[in-house]
Design a protein around this ligand. Structure first.
Ligand code: NAD
Length: 252
């Protein structure tokens, strides 16, 4: 049986990568979708899946609110919000600028906060929010300051919103992926053996994760199978968070 049958869901950052995999899995599980992305390619994906799309910059409060308003116009209700859109910015502590910090924070954290606020109003009593955090909520990379800080904040937003919305039956959980073979990472791993070695040396399962393996968790968290789960972050990371040493890499 389809696990999201009839559930009305918004997925942000759905044009490619993990968001696209979530859109495809949600569609296969019977959900009714509104896909949002700053990239107009999201419209072709939605058409191919037989669902709706909206082009929006979710880092802007008015635009993520516009996405929720579109769901209200379409359905008059909402069951699931997946706050997946996210960006990185590499810079040393010395080089980091306020503009770059603000851009990453607005995209990764504020979109999820204002999206959850507006979505919860539309959900009323009952629903599920799935936030996209990262292992970098917990693990630091010295030149990924706004990314790591924002993903830590998404983890804590998940806790806070879960408590705030618990008595309304709205569950809020997060996913904290490790290294996932989206197009960009798969390209780097294929072309740069040193980068591949660095990534796999911190991945006990010995391979990058697939976007579909993150999407499978999003389906679970959005579904009624997760009905007693709220305020949690689940880490599909190939074992990375438990690692306190480097591991040998096959083929090296
Ligand atoms: N790929 C990984 O290894 C990995 C690991 C941990 C966490 N994540 C998180 O998973 C999520 C998806 O990552 P991905 O690897 O698929 O990235 P990606 O760059 O392939 O896709 C991100 C999508 O978000 C969209 N987007 C970016 N800014 C936006 C904005 N302001 N408004 C609307 N849409 C916007 C992009 O257009 C793109 O379609 C992100 O939150 C990322 O931080 C990814």
């Amino acid at each position: 049986m389809a696990r999201l049958e009839g559930k009305r869901a918004i997925i942000t950052g759905a044009a490619r990568g993990i968001g696209k995999a979530i859109a495809e899995r949600f569609a296969a599980e019977g959900a009714v979708l509104l896909l949002a992305d700053i990239d107009p390619a999201v419209e072709a994906l939605a058409r191919a899946l037989g669902h709706e799309a909206v082009v929006a910059d979710v880092s802007r409060k008015a635009e993520i609110e516009g996405v929720i308003a579109r769901a209200e116009a379409l359905w008059g209700a909402l069951d699931v919000l997946v706050n997946n859109a996210g960006i990185t910015h590499a810079a040393t502590l010395d080089e980091l600028t306020e503009d770059d910090f603000d851009r990453v924070f607005a995209t990764n954290l504020k979109s999820a906060l204002w999206g959850t606020q507006a979505a919860a109003r539309l959900m009323g009593e009952g629903g599920a929010v799935v936030n996209m955090s990262s292992v970098n909520a917990v693990l630091a990379i010295p030149n990924q300051i706004p990314y790591a800080v924002s993903k830590g904040a998404v983890k804590q937003l998940t806790n806070v919103a879960a408590l705030a919305l618990a008595l309304r039956g709205i569950r809020v959980n997060a996913i904290g992926p490790g290294s996932i073979a989206t197009e960009m990472l798969a390209g780097i791993m294929a072309e740069d053996p040193a980068a591949r070695g660095r990534i796999l040396a911190r991945t006990p399962l010995g391979r990058a994760g697939e976007p579909e393996e993150v999407a499978a968790i999003a389906v679970f968290l959005a579904s009624d199978e997760a009905s007693y789960l709220t305020g949690q972050t689940i880490y599909p990371d190939g074992g990375r968070l438990g690692l306190n040493y480097t591991v040998p890499v096959a083929g090296d």
